[in-house]
Ligand binder design. Sequence first.
Ligand code: SF4
Length: 422
Amino acid sequence: MTETTLTDGASIPVGPRTLAVMPAEQQAELDPYMGQIITNRKSGLSLNHIIGCPLDCGYCVRHFWGDFDNKTPQLLVTTEEAVEMLAGHEAFAPHTTPIQLFNKATDPMLPGVKPHTFAVLEELDRQGLRNLVLIITRFHVTRADMERFEALANVRVTLLFTYSGITDSRVEPIAKSQATVKSIETAAAHRRRTKVILYWRPITPGWNDDPDTMRNVLDLADRTRVDALVFTGYYHKQENATYLRDLGVQVPYATDYQRRKVLPEELDAKVVRAWRKHGTGVSLFRKTSCGVTYAHQVPDYNGHWGVPELCDICPAAQRRICADDHRAPSQDEFRAALDCFGYDTDAPFLVEGGHVLTHALGEQRRYALQHRLRFQVWEVDHPHLHRAHGRTLAGYTLSQDEQRQLDQARERLAAAARHEDD
Ligand code: SF4
């Protein structure tokens, strides 16, 4: 196991330089989601054939699938097999489907993982594929790494650096090393076609929402002139909350655990106020795909233009790009999209202003459809309310009007389903 040195002289393990394939019996014990090599996530079709991470971020999503104690990155299949699986996946469309690498259960720039990250990118590039590829990291990115990213001619890469100014090493052991700050500086200084985003997350009350910390993050974005800033909250689930509380960390939310990220309305407003007050020319986004597509000057592939309250902080030129592209699918087009993925074409749906309302399609299918149509696809039981932006509803107060709208949406979809049955 190699180590990286922190500024206070301590060091943290960063995993082996060469990765082994996980034994079959160990793979058989994995949570089914951890064992799934390709998944449809909101920000892209996600390839994760390496799992295991030594970085110990307290809020990590691996807590949810019982994988947090797996500190050593291991391969589930070879990288050659993984690329074949990706390119042959039902949801993969050459040049258009957004892709994410190693965003579930490891860091793509760890010493042992990095060769595989480049191997995937270089193979996709060799095939002439122009898909957007998102790489989320908080680890070292060197000048030599940037040269390798810059040598790619086809795939459109975005590096998203998770950085939020957290200094409590119980929450994020790597924070003290300043590794992420240095990586942002290096990546921003040596990028040409690669895009660089400061991924300001998880913004959490009491951890990193004080004025000085927020200003430091904004200063970093401003000084390095990254392509965009994207902010979001913390996934508040029992598993990571318990882990953090056991370490003595104050978790600011109560025990109403949530499926989606928490970013209360007042915290959203606070971030936007801090950004406006700072005056940085770096654009700020609420959604990952918005920051990525803005950086590449293409319309948002999640069709967030259909949720207009998200767009009030977006530059006018980008709003025009999204507005010009945004188009509701017809009934036939939506059914054709269901059909092309092999999904149930009898599933109830309702094309409404800015979104298609569905029921029981499943999150992964909705994301695949959303990316194909560049139009929001919602689940009626996971309501999106005005101002909550698809986040959890904790921290938002539902007006009577909003409650009524929710009830009406359910009724409309039920009526549509009855109509289909007749
Ligand atoms: S216009 Fe709206 S949907 Fe498009 S990138 Fe900006 S915030 Fe996102």
